[in-house]
Design a protein around this ligand. Structure first.
Ligand SMILES: [Mg+2]
Length: 174
């Protein structure tokens, strides 16, 4: 079986949606999704970076992120013909481990615990494909990187791009 590694945030879990809601509700930030085009959160409302970071490092921040549309169904389908590993750069927020694990069990209960990889540098990942919204992870990756479209990466070129989970299904299952 060929092996597909899949990132969590902004690929399986809608990190931006929760951040926008948080910034607008708690800090009247008036942020819209369009502002994320080509930008990271830290560039959009820099004066709120410290406060937002406090929320993200809280142990439960990642527990209730919305699930990306069609990801459950497509990953379940892919898991019949591919070996699926969930590879999240969890060392950026070590306090997120438990919440991320529980989130995966709740929404992707068909995957085995042993296929969850909480890692630092993703170049250690040995897989045939990596689906990720951060192209920097492809630089030293040996397999084929697939850039999952997220507002921050829409102007990036030079990668094989998938815009949503239905396109992921088409790529792998034709
Ligand atoms: Mg990500």
């Amino acid at each position: 079986m060929k092996r597909i590694a899949i990132d969590m945030d902004e690929v399986m879990a809608d990190f931006n949606l929760k951040i926008i809601d948080l910034v607008n509700r708690e800090y009247q930030g008036n942020v819209t999704l369009d502002e994320f085009n080509g930008k990271k959160l830290t560039q959009i409302r820099p004066h709120l970076n410290d406060q937002v970071r406090e929320h993200i490092i809280a142990s439960n921040f990642f527990r209730d992120l919305p699930v990306m549309k069609d990801s459950q169904q497509v990953i379940e389908e892919l898991s019949r013909t591919y070996e699926i590993f969930i590879t999240t750069a969890a060392m950026e927020f070590p306090s997120s481990f438990t919440a991320k694990y529980e989130w995966l069990k709740e929404h992707f209960g068909f995957l085995k615990d042993m296929n969850f990889v909480f890692c630092g540098d993703k170049s250690i990942i040995h897989a045939d494909y990596l689906i990720d919204d951060n192209s920097r992870h492809f630089t030293r990756f040996q397999g084929q990187g697939l850039l999952f479209t997220s507002p921050h990466n829409i102007y990036e070129t030079g990668c094989v791009r998938v815009n949503n989970w239905l396109e992921v299904r088409d790529y792998f299952l034709g």
